[in-house]
Design a protein around this ligand. Structure first.
Ligand SMILES: Nc1ncnc2c1ncn2[C@@H]1O[C@H](COP(=O)(O)OP(=O)(O)O)[C@@H](O)[C@H]1O
Ligand SMILES: [Mg+2]
Length: 224
């Protein structure tokens, strides 16, 4: 029996996704009537289909398609969990995921939408859940977490098979606990979030420690 997401297969084949250097988000080309792009990352673009609104189609860039099977496998190991989306199927170039409502924490900061502490606790619990499945919860950052009805939904599990701690979540949590009150309720301008993000990604080059980086952000950008 054909699955109801198959209706999007033809449209997805008309879209091309290309990766970019320096960890910049992918670019897309092509045109269809029923797909809309709902997000981009550094490996893939994610589409919703007007014909199959329950799903999110994560189409990988040509040179990243090896990750399709890896991410599908991580979803299989994670099993059923309220912390993650469901992966219904995988094809050569894309995954069929459950469409998840909500805004990323990145968008929440831009738009001044309050991020409740519950979200932080959910991510902590989700990381524990991942470890209990024998996987490594990595790459957990503002664009990979959705605020969904006051709770956290974590996207993008493809790196959970890699070793090592990237400390992204630990740093975000510390930032939330110590500094979130400074921006809570106000929309932070895009340039400020981007400058902070880029400094963070190159912090080893410009700052001697994480605390040094934070100090500089507060001093130059906030004058607090
Ligand atoms: N299941 C989903 N439901 C709704 N939006 C999603 C879903 N998965 C991803 N997105 C959106 O697409 C963006 C990119 O997806 P992501 O899986 O993080 O790609 P990448 O692996 O390239 O980083 C996310 O930041 C989010 O905005
Ligand atoms: Mg991502």
């Amino acid at each position: 029996m054909e699955s109801d997401w198959n209706i999007a297969a033809n449209s997805l084949s008309k879209i091309n996704v290309f990766s970019n250097p320096d960890n910049e988000p992918v670019t897309i080309s092509g045109d269809t009537d029923d797909l809309k792009c709902i997000g981009v990352g550094t490996d893939a673009a994610v589409f919703g289909s007007l014909c199959a609104p329950a799903y999110a189609f994560k189409k990988y860039a040509k040179d990243k398609v090896a990750k399709v099977k890896i991410e599908a496998d991580v979803y299989r190991i994670l099993g059923d969990s309220p912390f993650f989306s469901t992966c219904f199927a995988s094809y050569d170039e894309y995954l069929v995921l459950s469409y998840e409502e909500g805004k990323t924490l990145f968008d929440c900061i831009l738009q001044g939408i309050h991020i409740p502490e519950q979200v932080i606790n959910d991510v902590e619990d989700a990381r524990e859940y991942v470890r209990n499945k024998g996987l490594n919860p990595r790459d957990i950052h503002l664009k990979n977490i959705l605020l969904q009805n006051g709770r956290a939904k974590i996207l993008d599990v493809s790196e959970y098979v890699l070793p090592g701690n990237d400390f992204r979540w630990e740093h975000l949590k510390k930032g939330y606990e110590e500094y979130y009150h400074l921006i809570d309720g106000s929309s932070v301008p895009f340039w400020l979030v981007e400058t902070t993000r880029k400094w963070y990604n190159q912090r080893n080059k410009y700052f001697s420690s994480f605390d040094e980086f934070i100090k500089m952000v507060l001093k130059i950008l906030y004058k607090k």
